[in-house]
Design a protein around this ligand. Structure first.
Ligand SMILES: [Cu+2]
Length: 316
């Protein structure tokens, strides 16, 4: 109950992001048509008018927190070793086989361990029976969160999340310390701007290589960058697209890519920037702190900046 109320508050933030975004793509997760509509299934008296809007459904959470929402359910499917498979069942209980293309793909599968390591963003293939299959992006043991980011034909964009455990020795990976510079594959990416809970913040990511600005970024899925943010603690999911598109005649191909993003609460977030250059997709990762900081979240290791190791992620 408490939780539902709190999350309603988060969702208002998301609705505001969407409204305030400069024609950027979706913030994953549905957008409340009426911000005052509350999602609180135990409080049937409240906001009854808002509940009359069927399409609103569970429209008030950040994306990715639910395994089932608005009648759609994410179901992992047993797969051969080395493969990850799942399906989405629809309101009628049958696997969904028709999806709209969003950002060049019908399905975006994002995975990260619960400790925010191991991020990958991949694009599975759909079989006729509604099963999605992809070479497994789960790079080793751990408890993983898998996010399916999709739009069922005739429906609204949706991000569902499910936990998947890969057995094996568990390595503790504390969240890397906050930083405004990340290096990946020989690139240096600098972050300017700080996310503020409850309002839209401009986050600019600037890409350089060997000390030189990169000015020939390549479009990737219709944009010069894709930014996913995951909240530490519950992995609430945000997916933000940048201001401007590669074909609008005014958006430069780097070195800076700017996003308008709003985080749903204070806390620690891990940001993952996907960008394409040299015919390869690279992912730069940052830890950022939004808002007033509570005591550091407990981790299994006491030192927040002990070697997190190289982000061993890739992208396909
Ligand atoms: Cu994708």
């Amino acid at each position: 109950m408490n939780t539902a109320t709190k999350l309603s508050g988060f969702a208002l933030g998301l609705a505001a992001v969407f409204a305030g975004a400069y024609g950027i793509g979706h913030v994953a997760g549905p957008v409340a048509p009426a911000a005052e509509t509350r999602h609180d299934t135990t409080d049937t008296d409240h906001g009854a008018a808002g509940h009359g809007d069927e399409s609103a459904g569970d429209a008030h959470l950040p994306g990715g927190l639910l395994v089932s929402e608005r009648g759609y359910t994410l179901q992992p499917v047993t797969a051969p070793a080395g493969e990850f498979a799942f399906r989405i069942t629809g309101p009628d209980g049958a696997p969904v086989t028709r999806y709209d293309v969003a950002h060049d793909k019908r399905m975006h599968l994002i995975v990260a361990r619960r400790d925010l390591s191991g991020f990958r963003h991949v694009h599975p293939e759909l079989a006729a029976d509604g099963t999605w299959r992809v070479a497994s992006p789960l790079a080793g043991p751990g408890v993983w969160r898998a996010f399916a980011d999709f739009t069922p034909t005739g429906g609204e964009p949706l991000t569902l999340g499910v936990d998947v455990t890969v057995p094996g020795p568990l390595a503790a990976r504390p969240l890397p310390a906050p930083a405004t510079t990340a290096t990946v594959d020989g690139y240096t990416v600098t972050l300017t701007g700080t996310p503020e809970p409850g309002r839209t913040s401009r986050l600019t990511l600037t890409v350089s290589r060997a000390g030189r600005p990169v000015t020939d970024l390549q479009p990737y899925l219709g944009a010069y960058g894709h930014l996913v943010a995951l909240r530490q603690g519950d992995l609430a999911y945000l997916h933000v697209h940048p201001e401007g598109t590669p074909d609008d005649g005014r958006t430069p191909a780097g070195p800076a890519v700017t996003f308008a993003a709003e985080v749903p609460s204070a806390g620690a977030y891990r940001l993952y920037l996907d960008f394409r250059h040299g015919d390869a997709v690279h992912t730069a990762e940052f830890t950022v702190l939004a808002g007033a900081q509570p005591a550091p979240a407990p981790t299994t290791a006491p030192t927040p900046d002990a070697g997190h190791g190289t982000p061993g992620h890739g992208h396909s």
